[in-house]
Design a protein around this ligand. Structure first.
Ligand code: C2O
Ligand code: CU
Ligand code: CU
Length: 512
């Protein structure tokens, strides 16, 4: 079903511990060099590359403006691909440093794939074999992890397979899951926060020929991925990587596909927004500013059984939601992040960024709209989860940058799971901080939240879930993909600073 390990060139370094990136960052951020923030960024900011053949660094200009001067939000470009003689769909992703004008006239050093900030949208069909030729044109190690993809550990892009500067990797796998909005981002040991915050993130859409007609699906027209990031810009325009809360960096402005305070022109009566929380720490409460219902059609791992009207959707780091918004001709509807319900002590909402309503973007309907078809009543086959199918049970306690009291150790395998098993994983946070639990290589269902049935936004396929304090979440996890000691799967908090600080474990999946 799935094929092959990634090939690699350059010097992959020893498997397991690969501290180079961490050490250089720590060295640069500490001591006498603390005042010099530019060298810390140089690894990813378009400083001259040591490679003589390095292409010039990409620049992303300020966004185009609508008639009234509002910046326009556009869908990320679709990634080009070709199909080789063996029928494999081949993509290319170069991780590069460049510059972006988030504010007109202010040049911000950023990173992106195939461009200066964020990456193109990869798109493949269920059943298709894909290969992504990943090249690292940064000056530090990176990886590309396919978040939510069910694929062998060797192709997963986890921290055990760093791609050195100038190196490349070409993971190959067969897409073996239903339609979903997945995403990709770096996962280098100890340095994920910084690389994601600089803009290394993109969407990966899985199409399924079995999806019923009726969902808006014209890419960039009525079907638009929206990647949310919230970097804080320093007065001179750099991304501030040093100012952080206990959950890592929290910005004060939300960029949607790299645009702050933007608008998205809409030409149809319904638009499908595939919202990806690509922020390191912020939890969003996605909602319409005027309180109208959004129709939730999908979550991390795929479409829901049926469309569900919701007032807001909580999205913790790494989570996705597909919502359909209905519009009347000429209408303008703001999308905002309402203060999300985090289940924390009230006095902690502000320190963790959950006390304010933040504008995301405005949907601007044209004076005349093309009518969209009715949404299908049934979207996907999502059978009720059957805990009786589980062959094992495990518990995980999250606290203070640790899981079960242990910090991540690349040399320690925390769990061994039989290939093909289904297990109940109970995850509890003992800690007054937001956490977001994510295991690699699997999809799961939420069986219960503090003993109660999950709300609709947690009732479909998931791969990442917000974990409120003192609230056991029971998850039913299926293990369909292998991973061995050389490239085990990770499970971790997707609050990326927590992950970088060691709130991560690793598991192998193999013959019982
Ligand atoms: Cu989104 Cu371990 O990853
Ligand atoms: Cu992941
Ligand atoms: Cu956490």
């Amino acid at each position: 079903m799935s094929t092959g390990a990634p090939g690699r060139t350059g010097h992959p370094g020893p498997p397991g511990r690969h501290p180079a990136g961490v050490l250089s960052r720590r060295a640069l951020l500490g001591g006498a060099l603390a005042a010099l923030t530019l060298p810390a960024l140089a690894a990813c900011t378009g400083e001259p590359s040591p490679r003589p053949d390095a292409p010039s660094s990409p620049r992303r200009p300020a966004p185009a403006l609508a008639d009234d001067g509002t910046p326009l939000v556009t869908a990320p470009p679709l990634a080009a691909s070709s199909v080789d003689a063996a029928g494999v769909r081949v993509f290319r992703l170069r991780a590069r440093a460049g510059t972006t004008e988030f504010r007109p006239g202010t040049v911000t050093p950023t990173c992106g794939y195939e461009g200066a900030y964020l990456g193109p949208t990869l798109r493949a069909r269920r059943g298709e074999t894909v290969r992504v030729e990943v090249a690292n044109e940064l000056l530090e190690d990176t990886t590309v992890h396919w978040h939510g993809m069910e694929l062998p550990g060797a192709a997963d892009g986890g921290p055990h397979v760093p791609i050195p500067p100038g190196g490349s990797s070409w993971p190959t796998w067969t897409v073996a899951q239903p339609a979903a909005t997945l995403w990709y981002h770096p996962h280098p040991h100890g340095a994920t926060t910084a690389q994601v915050l600089r803009g290394l993130a993109g969407a990966f859409l899985v199409d399924d020929p079995g999806t019923p007609p009726g969902l808006p699906g014209e890419y960039g027209v009525d079907d638009v991925p929206l990647l949310l990031q919230d970097p804080r810009l320093t007065p001179d325009g750099r991304i501030d990587e040093e100012t952080r809360t206990a959950i890592g960096p929290l910005g004060d402005v939300v960029l949607v596909n790299g645009v702050a305070g933007g608008c998205l022109p809409v030409s149809t009566t319904r638009v499908r927004l595939r919202v990806v929380n690509a922020s390191p720490a912020r939890v969003y409460g996605l909602a319409a500013a005027d309180g109208r219902e959004l129709t939730l059609v999908g979550t991390d791992g795929g479409l829901l059984a049926a469309p569900v009207p919701v007032r807001s959707v909580r999205l913790s780091p790494g989570e996705r939601a597909e919502v359909v918004v209905g519009l009347a001709p000429g209408e303008r509807v703001g999308l905002v992040s309402l203060p999300p319900e985090l289940g924390l002590l009230p006095q902690l909402a502000a320190p963790y960024g959950a006390d304010r309503t933040l504008p995301l973007l405005e949907l601007r309907a044209a004076a005349e709209l093309r009518p969209s078809p009715e949404l299908p009543a049934a979207l996907a086959d999502v059978p009720p989860p059957d805990p009786g199918a589980a062959s094992g049970e495990r518990t995980f306690e999250l606290s203070a940058n640790r899981i079960d009291g242990r910090a991540h150790d690349p040399g320690r395998i925390d769990l061994r799971v039989p290939l093909g098993a289904t297990e109940v994983w109970t995850v509890t946070s003992a800690h007054e901080q937001p956490h977001s639990f994510h295991p690699h290589g699997v999809r799961f269902r939420v069986l219960s939240v503090a003993g109660a049935a999950p709300p609709p936004e947690l009732a479909g396929w998931k791969d990442t879930v917000y974990v409120p304090p003192r609230t056991p979440l029971r998850l039913l996890v299926g293990f369909a993909q292998p991973a061995d000691e050389r490239a085990p799967f990770m499970y971790h908090c997707h609050v990326l600073w927590h992950e970088d600080q060691g709130m991560m474990g690793q598991f192998v999946v193999g013959a019982p």
